[in-house]
Design a protein around this ligand. Structure first.
Ligand SMILES: CC(C)(COP(=O)(O)OP(=O)(O)OC[C@H]1O[C@@H](n2cnc3c(N)ncnc32)[C@H](O)[C@@H]1OP(=O)(O)O)[C@@H](O)C(=O)NCCC(=O)NCCS
Length: 218
């Protein structure tokens, strides 16, 4: 049987503390899921999948242990300087040989558009390239998500290619019928019964990062 106490001690990122201008990135805590549940919900159905699901105690434990035990995942919490949990940032599909990883981030609805996203990614990128000594950070972003794209461009990411993926199955959206989506319909297509969403793949390489942060590397 797995001893949860020993798993907790094996959290590789226990004690991690990365300070940005507006945020602190730190290791995940078990009660972060409860704090997340208290966030204001995203009102736009396009972002419903970022709203926390209703979880029982056992599922909350699973949520935590799944994130700290996966060797190919680094899942971290983001606090603002007032100590409020404002979001989560992760590195996944970590490839130790290629020295690359994919980055994911989401904030609570009330914490968006305050510069926390840009500061979190820039802070993590510094750790990723300088301390972890990795070479490339990738991400996928839905092409209609202009706020996220603006944030990633500010952090130095470049577009690689576009592709179509299934839209998040948790969002049951009537993209082609509901007039609220008329301006972003161009980013979706129907294939049989499925609705596919256009995504942009983006990359931040160490070289790109170095050209934007020359002082940090000298
Ligand atoms: C994407 C996300 C992490 C960005 O973090 P953030 O703190 O909100 O972003 P920032 O405030 O640092 O930067 C956002 C930028 O986009 C701009 N912006 C906001 N809404 C916009 C829109 N509809 N179109 C274009 N730009 C927009 C802001 O003005 C700002 O740019 P500026 O600093 O030049 O004015 C955050 O909004 C979020 O968690 N969103 C929901 C989940 C999500 O989309 N995750 C990413 C999935 S790939």
């Amino acid at each position: 049987m797995i001893n949860k106490k020993s798993i907790f001690r094996e959290n590789r990122f226990d004690g991690l503390f990365l300070k940005g201008d507006k945020i602190i990135i730190r290791s995940l805590r078990r009660d972060d899921i409860d704090k997340r549940v208290a966030w204001t919900k995203y009102p736009d159905p396009l972002y419903f999948h970022y709203n926390p699901p209703n979880l029982g105690q056992k599922e909350k434990e699973e949520w935590y242990f799944k994130r700290i035990n996966d060797p190919n995942l680094i899942y971290l919490a983001i606090d603002n300087h007032s100590g409020q949990l404002v979001g989560f940032i992760s590195l996944y599909s970590i490839d130790r040989l290629a020295k690359s990883a994919w980055m994911g981030i989401f904030l609570g609805y009330e914490f968006t558009d305050k510069g926390y996203g840009t500061d979190s990614i820039s802070t993590l990128a510094k750790y990723f390239f300088q301390e972890m000594k990795y070479e490339a950070m990738f991400l996928d972003v839905a092409s209609h998500n202009q706020r996220a794209i603006r944030c990633y461009l500010k952090c130095g990411f470049k577009f690689i290619r576009t592709k179509y993926n299934k839209h998040d199955p948790r969002s049951d959206l009537d993209i082609f019928g509901d007039d609220r989506y008329k301006d972003i319909r161009e980013y979706f297509k129907k294939e049989g019964d499925e609705i596919l969403c256009q995504f942009d793949e983006m990359i931040l390489t160490k070289d790109l990062w170095l050209t934007q942060n020359p002082i940090l590397t000298s």
